[in-house]
Design a protein around this ligand. Sequence first.
Ligand SMILES: Cc1cc2nc3c(=O)[nH]c(=O)nc-3n(C[C@H](O)[C@H](O)[C@H](O)COP(=O)(O)OP(=O)(O)OC[C@H]3O[C@@H](n4cnc5c(N)ncnc54)[C@H](O)[C@@H]3O)c2cc1C
Length: 305
Amino acid sequence: MQNIAELLTRAVGEDRILTNESMSRHTTFRIGGSADIFAMPRTKEEAVEIVQICRKHGTPYYVIGNGSNLLVSDAGYRGVILQLYKNLSEISVEGDTMTVQTGAMLSVIAKRALEHGLTGFEFASGIPGTIGGAVVMNAGAYGGEMKNVIEEVTVLTADGTVETVPATELEFGYRHSVIPKKGWIVLGAKLKLQKGDPGQIGARMEELRQQRVTKQPLDLPSAGSTFKRPEGNFAGKLIMEAGLRGFSVGDAQVSEKHCGFVVNKGGATAEDVYRLIQKVIVRVREHSGIMLEPEVKLLGEFLTE
Ligand SMILES: Cc1cc2nc3c(=O)[nH]c(=O)nc-3n(C[C@H](O)[C@H](O)[C@H](O)COP(=O)(O)OP(=O)(O)OC[C@H]3O[C@@H](n4cnc5c(N)ncnc54)[C@H](O)[C@@H]3O)c2cc1C
């Protein structure tokens, strides 16, 4: 790994490459062991070069954005974490079309849309992720989803070419796209919005912000909704009905405020969160017959009981 760190440092500069970097600093759960190498490219070209070096040397790599839907194991990650975030976050607006780099935060894109009187992105204004992570997850809220606004994405394909893929080929579904299966890395996206009234757009964003503040445990680290919504039901409701409000393993807890969130009360380990998730799945299935499925992505190794 020392050799790879040196090669990457030579390619993109020492301020872009960290070693033994704690992933608790890069996930909203504030949990996770160290990544051997943590790379923060400034440009699309640097991102492509880092991936090429990893591929050439058979070094595992994993892409993250803001780490807001991610649980990294306590043992960390043996390989290179490629963080596509603040350094790759340019946004340009032309008419009703926004062209954004993968690391742009949804909140910042929403603010720019508002400034330009563009409607259609209000639903995403409070989701704390990058557009890259949001496209991969087909993130959604309050009746909207990425599927409705993405026109095309630019990706680095598994064979190392940069391609533009229309949204119709992304196989968007509930919290799903074809991107992970294809091994693509999102580098940017084009969004198609509509002209709207800035007053109404701003008011809708504020209304949704209030709803989040009222209903979600935003004062504690989490990865948002821990479980996918089962068809015709709500994970939070099923968890509450199974008597699990406030249920804990170590410092990981089913939120008292919103049972769909697992929160880190301060000192939770990834193993605490993982075991809590497993126990919730078992208890909800016993109570309702419904099998919950995690929405949060797991990275690294977790112990099973
Ligand atoms: C308080 C809170 C509220 C939330 N509310 C919502 C909500 O309302 N709706 C919702 O859908 N989600 C919500 N989330 C979850 C999360 O914010 C979204 O899933 C978000 O889209 C993830 O973006 P990210 O940049 O943080 O991705 P990460 O967590 O960094 O990554 C998520 C996945 O995408 C992959 N990925 C990230 N970037 C790229 C890229 N450029 N190319 C290829 N793969 C990539 C990663 O490998 C990983 O598998 C919430 C989270 C929190 C903490």
